[in-house]
Every structure is written in C-alpha cells, then in structure tokens.
Design a protein around this ligand. Structure first.
Ligand code: PPE
Length: 304
C-alpha cells in the first residue's frame, strides 16, 4: 500500500505514519469496531466520492446494531471524508472509515473504553488482481458458513466478524480459486468474502437478500438500479447452491472489487463474461465517473 499524506484521526488530519493506536486497544483484542469502504473517482469536475452519504449512513447503522456510540454526526463524518480526499490530493482513492473501542480498559465489557474514529484514504487498484475485470474470476463455494444472524449480525459491517471472510478467502486461495461464496447456516447463497453476488438466468437478475446473511451492499443497490434502468428485471430473493451451477452469467460486486465477472464455480464452467455483465460493468463505470447525468446525485465532489 502506498501511504498517502494524511489520515483523519479523532477530529484532526495527522501525518500517515503518526496515525497509531496502543497495543491494548480494545478493538484489536475483541474485534469491536465497525467499518466502511468507499471509493472516490475522477470525474469531469474533479475527484468525487461515490454514494458518500449512503456509506456514512451505513457506518452509523452498523454502530447502532452493535450498540457503539459514535462521537461524530453524519455531517461531520461526511465533511471529514471530503476534507481528507482533498488534503491527500487524490484523483481517485479508496476511503476506509473505522470506529472502534480504544485504549482504556481490558475485558469484554466495553463501557469503559473510549470510541476512536479514523478515516484513511489510499489509491487501491484491482482488488481481485490485475485483469479480473475483463477476464473474470474462478469462484468456489466455501466450506465455511456465513455468520449466523443470531451469533453475530451480518447486517453490521463490523470488524470482528470479518474473520469469517478471512477464513473463506484463505481457503479459496489455498485451493487455487480467486474468491469464495459463502452459504448461510440454512444453505442459502449469502455473499462472497468481500462482495455481493448476482446470478443471471434467461435475462433476469437475482441477488440474495440481507436475510441470507448478505451485507446490504451499496454496489449491489447500485447494480439493481442500473439494471432496472437498462430494462433488466432484478429479483432480490432466496437462492441455493444449484442456482450457481445453472446460471447463464454470474458476477460479484463491491466497492473495492467493483463489478467482476465469474468464469466458473467449483470448476463448473459459466463461461466468458456475458452480455448482461458487460452492460452493467459499462453502466457502472459511467455512473461512478460522472459521465452519465442520471446518476450525478450519487457523486459528491471532494473540493466544494
Ligand atoms: N459483502 C461483504 C462481506 C463486504 O465486505 C462487502 C464490501 C460487500 C458485500 C459489498 O458492499 P459494498 O461495498 O457496499 O458494495 N467489502 C469492502 C471491504 C473490502 C476489504 O477487503 O476490506 C469493500 O469493498 O470496500
């Protein structure tokens, strides 16, 4: 990772290498934090953050789910994000918001731990590897199940539960695949380690609901809207493993990954990236770069 100049930490911009925490930070020991990943893209009017308000809102929702008080308002976090992108002079970047229980007390009871909030930004290229946007990836069904909503709620984008994703991604990498898709405890398709998933069959799209343990993805929501505007029917509904094997096309999507075609699942060929996936990739690229006026409201210029 290339360091940027500044990180916004607890209310101020600090030099990248000085944005440190103590080794007894509560969140390091118990995974007690919530996070966001957002991207800024170059647009004709300068760098703009894509769906910033939706990302800030989800961070605050995640905090509410885990009962963590956030010492900043939506407006303050929004302004800090824009200030950071401008101060770092990025044309495009990835933004990582994190709120966590900090240094002060050890033990499971969080009540004596202060809450820290930071926003970092850096330039992050192809998340799943060079060439994957064009060529697609090989997916496997993980032997790990997605977190059960009654164990740790997947609706909160929380730090600790990412161990579930880390296990699935490591298993996939060790077996020679690019990414893993996880099933819910009851066998529904949930999502990938860091992306939501869409299946295409007979010209219609289907994506799993949050009730199958999938994060309410902002890219997933973007794709739903883009598909609808392209006249493609989209269903958010329960899907099972065999649906993966009979799909005409599959793609996965997330802020870091963007829209990535899937070539095969469990070594069963899906094939070359198909026409629906290609159309949505193009529509997404136009929306995030400000070249489609219909989606301008999703962009917030960094310097305003
Ligand atoms: N599911 C999971 C588990 C997930 O982590 C992400 C984002 C998504 C779905 C897609 O959500 P959205 O970004 O709102 O479309 N994963 C983030 C973390 C990546 C990382 O490795 O860190 C991301 O893409 O920013």
């Amino acid at each position: 990772m290339e360091p940027a100049k500044f990180i916004w930490m607890d209310g101020a911009l600090v030099p990248w290498h000085e944005a440190r925490v103590h080794v007894l930070t509560h969140g390091l020991h118990y995974g007690t934090g919530v996070l966001e990943g957002t991207r800024a893209y170059p647009t004709p009017d300068g760098p703009a953050v894509f769906r910033l308000d939706d990302h800030v809102a989800r961070l605050l929702r995640s905090a509410r789910i885990i009962g963590m008080p956030i010492p900043y308002s939506h407006g303050e976090l929004r302004a800090a994000s824009l200030e950071l992108v401008a101060a770092n002079g990025h044309r495009s970047c990835y933004l990582r918001h994190i709120a966590y229980y900090g240094y002060g007390a050890m033990g499971i009871d969080v009540r004596s731990s202060p809450v820290g909030v930071s926003i970092a930004s850096w330039e992050w290229g192809a998340y799943l590897g060079e060439g994957t946007t064009d060529d697609g990836i090989r997916l496997m069904v993980s032997s790990w199940r997605r977190n059960d909503p009654n164990v740790v709620p997947p609706a909160a984008k929380a730090t600790g539960p990412y161990l579930n994703s880390v296990l699935a991604r490591a298993e996939a990498a060790a077996a020679g695949y690019d990414e893993a898709v996880l099933l819910s405890p009851t066998g529904q398709i949930s999502e990938c380690s860091g992306e939501n998933i869409f299946l295409v069959r007979d010209g219609e799209l289907a994506t799993p609901p949050a009730s199958a343990g999938a994060l309410e993805g902002i890219t997933q929501d973007t794709v739903r809207r883009l598909a609808t505007d392209l006249g493609l029917p989209v269903h958010t509904r329960a899907l099972v493993r065999s649906d993966l094997y009979t799909a005409d096309e599959i793609f996965i999507c997330g802020t870091a990954a963007e829209v990535i075609p899937v070539r095969s699942v469990d070594n069963r060929e899906i094939g070359e990236p198909g026409p629906v996936t290609r159309k949505l990739q193009a529509a997404f690229a136009a929306a995030v770069r400000g070249s489609d006026p219909r989606y301008r409201a999703w962009l917030t210029l960094a310097s305003q």
